[in-house]
Structure formats: structure tokens, C-alpha cells
Design a binder for this molecule. Sequence first.
Ligand code: GRF
Length: 198
Amino acid sequence: MAYRIAVLVSGTGSLLQALLDAQSAGELQAQVAVVGSDTATAQGLARAERAGVPTFVHSYRTGDDRAAWDEALTALVAAHDVDLVVLAGFMKLVGPAFLARFGGRTINTHPALLPSFPGMHGPRDALAHGVKITGTTVFEVDAGVDTGRILAQHAVPVLAGDTVDTLHERIKVAERALLVHTVNDLASLHPRAAQGDS
Ligand code: GRF
């Protein structure tokens, strides 16, 4: 039975697209079972719909009960009986209920070589610091911000004349390949864990 993954997105969804493309090329040892977003207009949702993947939107508005939001997100993902959750440009932190259910099987990607430049602005901060090498990190999500166990990294050079956008785009090329590679590694390392876990 296929190793099932949920992918959570907030924006463009090019990382999601890399997973979908690898799947349709027969190069992903996993099935994208569901795509969720906190943003109804996320382009990633349209990408999932075009690929025939079920989607859900779970918005958070300022003032909403964060714990209830987290519990509902957990239930939405759990309903799809997934082995792995991939945060692919998902701009919300998952909370204690989510980690109680999916901790150890939730991964995120970051556009810098952690532990350097965590947070929302990895490419901008790397550029401002003047490093000549940065890159991308795939890590296991824990309760901190970009603090979890590092699973894979790929270095990317900073070039003369780079802007935040050109640097981020070069990192994202590496990030897409690294994410596909890491999902394949996890799928082959771990037997299907979530059977009947809905
Ligand atoms: C990636 O660089 C990711 O690491 C960061 O946001 C970007 C998402 O890109 N958190 P996309 O929405 O998949 O195109």
C-alpha cells in the first residue's frame, strides 16, 4: 500500500508541485493524499485540484482560539490516514495537539542552512549577513521555530549581485529536489505506519 503524505501550503506551492510532478513521473515513492492550506487563495490549492488531489482550507483569523484551530487541523489531516505530513511553505506553526498526533512524522523545509538564519526571512538574513554559501534544510518539526532534527541539507552559493528574490529562487530549485529526495528516503526507511489510523 502506498505511503501516504499530506502536504500543507500557504502560498505559491512550487514545492508541492515538485512532489506532484515526481509522483506523476513515477519518481515519488509516496502518494499525495491530501493538500491543506490556511489560505483559501493559495495557488497550491489550485495545483492540487488540477492533479485531482483532495484539498481542505483551514483558516486562522486573529483572535481565533489557537488550541481549537490546532485540534481541528489535526482532525482534518488525520481523516486522510497519512504516514507523513509535509509543511511546504506553510506559514503557521503547528501546535501541541498536532505534534501529539503527528510528531516524529512531520517535516518542514527551510530556505537556509539551519541552525543559521531560522525564521521567516532565511534568504534575506543570509544575504544581509554576507555569507557566501547558504542553502536549504529539511527537518523534523518540533515545538520550536525551525529547531527540529535536521534530516537533509543542500548547499547553494550566494552570487555577486544576488537580490533576496534571485537567491531565494536558486535555493528553491535545490529545495524542491531535496524535498522529493527526503520523502523518498522516509518512505523507504519506514513501513506504512498509519494504516487504520484515522
Ligand atoms: C520555500 O522556500 C519554503 O522553504 C519557504 O517558503 C517557500 C515556499 O515556496 N518557507 P512555495 O510556496 O512552495 O513555492
